[in-house]
Design a protein around this ligand. Structure first.
Ligand code: CP3
Length: 346
Protein backbone atom coordinates (compact mmCIF):
# COMPACT_ATOMS: atom_id res chain seq x y z
CA UNK A 1 0.00 0.00 0.00
CA UNK A 2 1.28 3.44 -0.91
CA UNK A 3 1.71 5.99 1.85
CA UNK A 4 -0.13 9.29 1.45
CA UNK A 5 2.59 11.06 3.47
CA UNK A 6 6.01 9.44 3.30
CA UNK A 7 8.08 12.56 4.08
CA UNK A 8 9.38 10.97 7.30
CA UNK A 9 10.68 7.86 5.51
CA UNK A 10 12.18 9.92 2.70
CA UNK A 11 13.98 12.19 5.16
CA UNK A 12 15.38 9.09 6.91
CA UNK A 13 16.90 8.15 3.55
CA UNK A 14 18.13 11.72 2.96
CA UNK A 15 15.88 12.10 -0.07
CA UNK A 16 14.19 15.35 -1.09
CA UNK A 17 11.00 16.31 0.74
CA UNK A 18 8.45 19.05 0.05
CA UNK A 19 8.52 20.01 3.75
CA UNK A 20 10.43 18.84 6.81
CA UNK A 21 8.69 15.94 8.55
CA UNK A 22 8.09 16.27 12.28
CA UNK A 23 7.12 13.93 15.09
CA UNK A 24 7.48 14.33 18.84
CA UNK A 25 9.17 11.93 21.22
CA UNK A 26 6.53 10.76 23.72
CA UNK A 27 3.86 12.26 21.48
CA UNK A 28 1.26 9.83 22.84
CA UNK A 29 0.97 10.75 26.47
CA UNK A 30 -0.24 12.80 29.37
CA UNK A 31 -0.18 16.27 27.77
CA UNK A 32 -3.01 15.11 25.47
CA UNK A 33 -6.53 15.35 26.97
CA UNK A 34 -7.60 12.38 24.79
CA UNK A 35 -4.86 10.25 26.34
CA UNK A 36 -5.89 11.25 29.87
CA UNK A 37 -9.45 10.26 29.04
CA UNK A 38 -8.27 6.73 28.21
CA UNK A 39 -6.05 6.69 31.33
CA UNK A 40 -9.06 7.54 33.57
CA UNK A 41 -10.37 4.02 33.05
CA UNK A 42 -7.17 2.08 32.36
CA UNK A 43 -3.71 1.82 33.91
CA UNK A 44 -0.63 2.55 31.81
CA UNK A 45 0.18 -1.20 31.65
CA UNK A 46 -3.39 -2.01 30.58
CA UNK A 47 -3.09 0.47 27.71
CA UNK A 48 0.24 -1.07 26.66
CA UNK A 49 -1.14 -4.61 26.76
CA UNK A 50 -4.52 -4.06 25.10
CA UNK A 51 -3.97 -3.68 21.34
CA UNK A 52 -7.25 -1.81 20.92
CA UNK A 53 -6.24 0.84 23.50
CA UNK A 54 -2.59 0.98 22.43
CA UNK A 55 -3.70 1.54 18.83
CA UNK A 56 -6.13 4.26 19.88
CA UNK A 57 -3.54 6.32 21.79
CA UNK A 58 -0.88 5.71 19.10
CA UNK A 59 -3.12 7.39 16.52
CA UNK A 60 -4.30 10.29 18.73
CA UNK A 61 -1.31 12.57 18.01
CA UNK A 62 -1.60 11.92 14.26
CA UNK A 63 -5.16 13.23 14.35
CA UNK A 64 -4.83 15.91 17.04
CA UNK A 65 -1.31 17.25 16.42
CA UNK A 66 -0.79 16.43 12.74
CA UNK A 67 2.60 14.71 13.09
CA UNK A 68 4.17 13.02 10.06
CA UNK A 69 4.73 9.68 11.79
CA UNK A 70 3.06 7.60 14.49
CA UNK A 71 5.12 5.84 17.16
CA UNK A 72 3.88 2.66 18.71
CA UNK A 73 2.54 3.10 22.23
CA UNK A 74 4.52 0.95 24.68
CA UNK A 75 7.46 1.54 27.02
CA UNK A 76 11.13 0.73 26.62
CA UNK A 77 10.73 -1.60 29.63
CA UNK A 78 7.73 -3.46 28.14
CA UNK A 79 9.80 -6.33 26.64
CA UNK A 80 11.76 -6.84 29.89
CA UNK A 81 8.84 -8.77 31.37
CA UNK A 82 9.48 -11.57 28.90
CA UNK A 83 13.06 -11.78 30.21
CA UNK A 84 11.66 -12.61 33.66
CA UNK A 85 11.52 -9.09 35.13
CA UNK A 86 8.62 -8.22 37.44
CA UNK A 87 7.63 -4.73 36.26
CA UNK A 88 5.21 -2.07 37.51
CA UNK A 89 4.77 1.66 36.70
CA UNK A 90 4.25 4.42 39.26
CA UNK A 91 4.43 6.49 36.97
CA UNK A 92 8.04 5.53 36.10
CA UNK A 93 9.16 1.89 35.97
CA UNK A 94 9.54 -0.02 39.25
CA UNK A 95 11.24 -3.43 39.19
CA UNK A 96 10.54 -5.72 42.16
CA UNK A 97 13.86 -7.58 42.00
CA UNK A 98 16.53 -5.56 40.22
CA UNK A 99 19.32 -7.45 38.44
CA UNK A 100 22.32 -6.94 40.68
CA UNK A 101 24.72 -9.84 40.18
CA UNK A 102 25.85 -12.70 37.96
CA UNK A 103 23.06 -14.98 39.15
CA UNK A 104 20.44 -12.37 38.32
CA UNK A 105 21.87 -11.88 34.84
CA UNK A 106 22.12 -15.62 34.19
CA UNK A 107 18.46 -16.06 35.11
CA UNK A 108 17.32 -13.64 32.37
CA UNK A 109 15.61 -15.32 29.45
CA UNK A 110 15.79 -14.31 25.78
CA UNK A 111 12.16 -14.75 24.79
CA UNK A 112 10.52 -15.20 21.41
CA UNK A 113 8.67 -11.89 20.99
CA UNK A 114 5.70 -13.65 19.40
CA UNK A 115 5.20 -15.40 22.74
CA UNK A 116 6.30 -12.68 25.19
CA UNK A 117 4.77 -9.57 23.59
CA UNK A 118 2.01 -10.73 21.22
CA UNK A 119 -0.01 -7.64 22.26
CA UNK A 120 2.72 -5.32 20.92
CA UNK A 121 2.73 -7.07 17.56
CA UNK A 122 -1.09 -7.09 17.44
CA UNK A 123 -1.13 -3.37 18.26
CA UNK A 124 1.24 -2.72 15.34
CA UNK A 125 -1.03 -4.61 12.92
CA UNK A 126 -4.07 -2.74 14.21
CA UNK A 127 -2.37 0.67 13.95
CA UNK A 128 -1.28 -0.04 10.36
CA UNK A 129 -4.83 -1.01 9.46
CA UNK A 130 -6.33 2.11 11.09
CA UNK A 131 -3.71 4.52 9.77
CA UNK A 132 -4.58 3.26 6.32
CA UNK A 133 -1.41 4.78 4.86
CA UNK A 134 -1.88 8.28 6.28
CA UNK A 135 1.62 8.30 7.86
CA UNK A 136 4.23 5.62 8.61
CA UNK A 137 4.49 3.82 11.95
CA UNK A 138 7.71 3.84 13.97
CA UNK A 139 8.54 0.87 16.21
CA UNK A 140 11.05 1.22 19.03
CA UNK A 141 13.06 -0.34 21.82
CA UNK A 142 15.42 0.81 24.55
CA UNK A 143 19.12 0.55 23.73
CA UNK A 144 20.98 -2.04 25.84
CA UNK A 145 22.87 0.36 28.13
CA UNK A 146 19.73 2.40 28.88
CA UNK A 147 17.69 -0.77 29.48
CA UNK A 148 20.42 -2.15 31.73
CA UNK A 149 20.43 1.12 33.71
CA UNK A 150 16.80 0.43 34.71
CA UNK A 151 17.17 -3.34 35.20
CA UNK A 152 20.10 -2.88 37.61
CA UNK A 153 18.72 0.17 39.47
CA UNK A 154 15.12 -1.06 39.55
CA UNK A 155 13.82 2.49 39.03
CA UNK A 156 14.89 5.92 37.81
CA UNK A 157 17.78 7.20 39.90
CA UNK A 158 19.93 10.21 39.20
CA UNK A 159 23.11 9.09 37.43
CA UNK A 160 22.15 5.39 37.52
CA UNK A 161 25.15 4.41 39.70
CA UNK A 162 24.13 0.72 39.74
CA UNK A 163 24.97 -0.09 36.11
CA UNK A 164 27.91 2.30 36.00
CA UNK A 165 29.58 0.74 39.01
CA UNK A 166 28.96 -2.74 37.54
CA UNK A 167 30.96 -1.69 34.45
CA UNK A 168 34.03 -1.27 36.71
CA UNK A 169 33.36 -3.85 39.44
CA UNK A 170 32.36 -6.75 37.22
CA UNK A 171 32.72 -5.96 33.49
CA UNK A 172 32.16 -9.62 32.49
CA UNK A 173 28.73 -9.64 34.12
CA UNK A 174 27.93 -6.26 32.56
CA UNK A 175 28.90 -7.67 29.14
CA UNK A 176 26.68 -10.69 29.67
CA UNK A 177 23.75 -8.48 30.70
CA UNK A 178 24.18 -6.04 27.80
CA UNK A 179 24.59 -8.91 25.34
CA UNK A 180 21.41 -10.62 26.52
CA UNK A 181 19.45 -7.36 26.25
CA UNK A 182 20.89 -6.86 22.75
CA UNK A 183 19.82 -10.36 21.65
CA UNK A 184 16.33 -9.80 23.02
CA UNK A 185 16.14 -6.36 21.36
CA UNK A 186 17.27 -7.53 17.92
CA UNK A 187 14.52 -10.18 17.91
CA UNK A 188 11.99 -7.69 19.31
CA UNK A 189 12.67 -5.04 16.66
CA UNK A 190 12.72 -7.62 13.86
CA UNK A 191 9.31 -8.86 15.01
CA UNK A 192 8.00 -5.27 15.09
CA UNK A 193 9.18 -4.65 11.53
CA UNK A 194 7.69 -7.94 10.36
CA UNK A 195 4.38 -6.97 12.01
CA UNK A 196 4.36 -3.64 10.13
CA UNK A 197 6.65 -1.06 11.77
CA UNK A 198 8.10 0.98 8.88
CA UNK A 199 11.09 2.42 10.81
CA UNK A 200 12.55 1.79 14.25
CA UNK A 201 14.15 3.93 16.92
CA UNK A 202 16.55 2.72 19.58
CA UNK A 203 16.27 5.01 22.65
CA UNK A 204 19.64 5.56 24.33
CA UNK A 205 18.16 8.08 26.75
CA UNK A 206 21.13 7.84 29.13
CA UNK A 207 24.00 7.93 26.62
CA UNK A 208 25.22 11.09 28.35
CA UNK A 209 26.05 9.18 31.53
CA UNK A 210 29.04 7.52 29.91
CA UNK A 211 32.49 8.82 29.07
CA UNK A 212 33.59 8.12 25.49
CA UNK A 213 35.77 5.17 26.50
CA UNK A 214 33.00 3.38 28.42
CA UNK A 215 30.46 4.24 25.73
CA UNK A 216 32.71 2.65 23.07
CA UNK A 217 33.43 -0.37 25.22
CA UNK A 218 29.99 -1.17 26.69
CA UNK A 219 27.24 0.59 24.72
CA UNK A 220 28.28 0.97 21.09
CA UNK A 221 29.14 -2.66 20.17
CA UNK A 222 25.68 -3.83 21.25
CA UNK A 223 23.98 -1.03 19.34
CA UNK A 224 25.95 -1.98 16.22
CA UNK A 225 25.03 -5.62 16.57
CA UNK A 226 21.31 -4.81 16.82
CA UNK A 227 21.47 -2.42 13.85
CA UNK A 228 23.31 -5.00 11.73
CA UNK A 229 20.88 -7.77 12.68
CA UNK A 230 17.86 -5.81 11.43
CA UNK A 231 19.57 -4.18 8.43
CA UNK A 232 18.32 -6.82 5.94
CA UNK A 233 14.72 -5.91 6.81
CA UNK A 234 15.20 -2.52 5.15
CA UNK A 235 13.39 -0.29 7.66
CA UNK A 236 15.27 2.95 8.50
CA UNK A 237 16.99 2.77 11.89
CA UNK A 238 17.23 5.75 14.26
CA UNK A 239 19.61 5.90 17.21
CA UNK A 240 18.63 8.55 19.74
CA UNK A 241 21.55 9.48 21.99
CA UNK A 242 20.20 11.56 24.89
CA UNK A 243 22.87 13.78 26.41
CA UNK A 244 25.28 12.41 23.82
CA UNK A 245 26.78 15.68 22.55
CA UNK A 246 30.29 14.62 23.56
CA UNK A 247 29.85 11.22 21.86
CA UNK A 248 28.62 12.31 18.42
CA UNK A 249 31.95 11.67 16.68
CA UNK A 250 31.67 8.02 17.78
CA UNK A 251 28.26 7.50 16.20
CA UNK A 252 29.08 7.65 12.48
CA UNK A 253 29.53 3.88 12.30
CA UNK A 254 26.94 2.77 14.87
CA UNK A 255 24.95 1.22 12.04
CA UNK A 256 21.97 3.59 12.21
CA UNK A 257 20.64 5.60 9.27
CA UNK A 258 19.55 8.51 11.47
CA UNK A 259 21.04 9.97 14.66
CA UNK A 260 18.67 11.65 17.13
CA UNK A 261 20.30 14.46 19.09
CA UNK A 262 19.18 16.44 22.11
CA UNK A 263 18.90 20.23 22.28
CA UNK A 264 22.33 20.92 23.74
CA UNK A 265 24.17 20.79 20.40
CA UNK A 266 23.19 23.00 17.43
CA UNK A 267 22.25 20.72 14.51
CA UNK A 268 24.84 22.16 12.12
CA UNK A 269 27.58 21.38 14.63
CA UNK A 270 26.11 17.94 15.41
CA UNK A 271 26.06 17.09 11.72
CA UNK A 272 29.71 18.06 11.37
CA UNK A 273 30.65 15.71 14.19
CA UNK A 274 28.47 12.79 13.05
CA UNK A 275 29.28 13.06 9.34
CA UNK A 276 27.12 14.38 6.51
CA UNK A 277 26.25 10.92 5.17
CA UNK A 278 23.76 10.28 7.96
CA UNK A 279 20.33 11.77 8.53
CA UNK A 280 19.68 13.72 11.70
CA UNK A 281 16.67 14.04 14.01
CA UNK A 282 15.95 16.79 16.51
CA UNK A 283 16.37 18.96 18.38
CA UNK A 284 14.13 21.62 19.94
CA UNK A 285 14.30 21.92 23.73
CA UNK A 286 10.98 20.40 24.97
CA UNK A 287 10.63 23.45 27.23
CA UNK A 288 10.54 25.72 24.15
CA UNK A 289 6.93 24.51 23.83
CA UNK A 290 6.14 26.79 26.75
CA UNK A 291 7.02 29.85 24.61
CA UNK A 292 4.42 32.36 23.46
CA UNK A 293 3.44 31.77 19.81
CA UNK A 294 5.75 34.34 18.21
CA UNK A 295 8.71 33.12 20.23
CA UNK A 296 8.05 29.48 19.28
CA UNK A 297 8.35 30.39 15.61
CA UNK A 298 11.75 31.97 16.26
CA UNK A 299 12.91 28.83 18.11
CA UNK A 300 11.80 26.58 15.24
CA UNK A 301 13.60 28.87 12.81
CA UNK A 302 16.81 28.54 14.81
CA UNK A 303 16.69 24.73 14.55
CA UNK A 304 15.93 24.87 10.80
CA UNK A 305 18.72 27.43 10.27
CA UNK A 306 21.19 24.88 11.65
CA UNK A 307 20.03 22.42 8.99
CA UNK A 308 20.68 25.04 6.30
CA UNK A 309 18.52 23.33 3.65
CA UNK A 310 20.33 19.98 3.67
CA UNK A 311 18.18 16.87 3.03
CA UNK A 312 17.92 14.27 5.75
CA UNK A 313 16.44 16.25 8.63
CA UNK A 314 13.55 15.01 10.74
CA UNK A 315 12.27 17.66 13.13
CA UNK A 316 11.68 16.49 16.70
CA UNK A 317 12.21 17.60 20.26
CA UNK A 318 15.59 16.87 21.81
CA UNK A 319 13.89 14.78 24.49
CA UNK A 320 10.37 13.54 25.35
CA UNK A 321 7.59 16.14 25.62
CA UNK A 322 6.84 17.39 29.15
CA UNK A 323 3.49 16.11 30.50
CA UNK A 324 2.38 19.66 31.44
CA UNK A 325 2.91 21.06 27.92
CA UNK A 326 -0.17 22.88 26.52
CA UNK A 327 -1.21 20.45 23.76
CA UNK A 328 -2.17 23.29 21.41
CA UNK A 329 1.48 24.32 21.37
CA UNK A 330 2.47 20.86 20.12
CA UNK A 331 0.03 21.34 17.24
CA UNK A 332 1.39 24.83 16.62
CA UNK A 333 4.90 23.38 16.53
CA UNK A 334 3.96 20.95 13.75
CA UNK A 335 2.21 23.68 11.74
CA UNK A 336 5.18 25.99 12.19
CA UNK A 337 7.74 23.40 11.07
CA UNK A 338 5.64 22.68 7.99
CA UNK A 339 5.15 26.37 7.21
CA UNK A 340 8.80 27.37 7.59
CA UNK A 341 10.26 24.39 5.73
CA UNK A 342 8.16 24.36 2.55
CA UNK A 343 10.00 24.13 -0.75
CA UNK A 344 10.83 27.63 -1.86
CA UNK A 345 11.09 28.84 1.70
CA UNK A 346 14.17 26.81 2.62
O1 CP3 B 1 6.76 8.25 22.23
C1 CP3 B 1 5.62 7.78 22.43
O2 CP3 B 1 4.59 8.48 22.38
C2 CP3 B 1 5.47 6.28 22.64
C3 CP3 B 1 5.39 5.84 23.98
C4 CP3 B 1 6.61 5.82 24.90
C5 CP3 B 1 6.46 5.81 26.31
N1 CP3 B 1 7.70 5.65 26.86
C6 CP3 B 1 5.20 5.91 27.03
C7 CP3 B 1 5.19 6.22 28.48
C8 CP3 B 1 7.97 5.71 24.63
C9 CP3 B 1 8.68 5.72 23.29
C10 CP3 B 1 8.65 5.61 25.87
C11 CP3 B 1 10.10 5.43 26.00
C12 CP3 B 1 10.72 5.48 27.32
N2 CP3 B 1 10.27 4.97 28.50
C13 CP3 B 1 12.01 6.01 27.55
C14 CP3 B 1 12.91 6.56 26.51
C15 CP3 B 1 12.54 7.94 26.11
C16 CP3 B 1 12.86 8.98 27.11
O3 CP3 B 1 11.91 9.63 27.58
O4 CP3 B 1 14.04 9.18 27.40
C17 CP3 B 1 12.30 5.86 28.92
C18 CP3 B 1 13.55 6.30 29.62
C19 CP3 B 1 11.19 5.19 29.52
C20 CP3 B 1 11.04 4.76 30.93
C21 CP3 B 1 9.89 5.43 31.57
N3 CP3 B 1 8.57 5.12 31.31
C22 CP3 B 1 9.91 6.46 32.51
C23 CP3 B 1 11.17 7.10 33.07
C24 CP3 B 1 8.58 6.79 32.79
C25 CP3 B 1 8.07 7.80 33.78
C26 CP3 B 1 8.47 9.17 33.42
C27 CP3 B 1 7.25 9.97 33.13
O5 CP3 B 1 7.12 10.45 32.00
O6 CP3 B 1 6.45 10.13 34.06
C28 CP3 B 1 7.75 5.95 32.02
C29 CP3 B 1 6.27 5.92 32.00
C30 CP3 B 1 5.63 6.23 30.68
N4 CP3 B 1 6.03 5.75 29.45
C31 CP3 B 1 4.48 7.04 30.49
C32 CP3 B 1 4.19 7.03 29.12
C33 CP3 B 1 3.04 7.70 28.42
C34 CP3 B 1 3.68 7.70 31.60
C35 CP3 B 1 2.75 6.69 32.16
C36 CP3 B 1 1.38 7.25 32.48
O7 CP3 B 1 0.54 7.38 31.56
O8 CP3 B 1 1.15 7.51 33.65
Amino acid sequence: MKLKNDTFLRACRREEVERTPVWIMRQAGRYLPDYMKVRRDHSFQEVCKTPELAAEVTIQPVEKIGVDAAILFADILTPAEGMGIDLAFSPGPVIAQPVRDRKGVEALRIPDPRESVPYVLDAIRLVRERLDGRVPLIGFAGAPFTMAAYLVEGKSKHGFPGIRSMLYRDPETADLLLGKIADMTAAYLAAQIEAGAQAVQLFESWAGLLAGREFERFALPHVKRIMEAIAPLGAPRIYYAGGGGALLHLLSDCGADVIGVDWRVPLGEAWKRIGQDMAIQGNLDPCALFSPADRLEAEVRTVLDGVAGRWGHIFNLGHGIQPDTPWENARLLVETVHKLSRWGVR
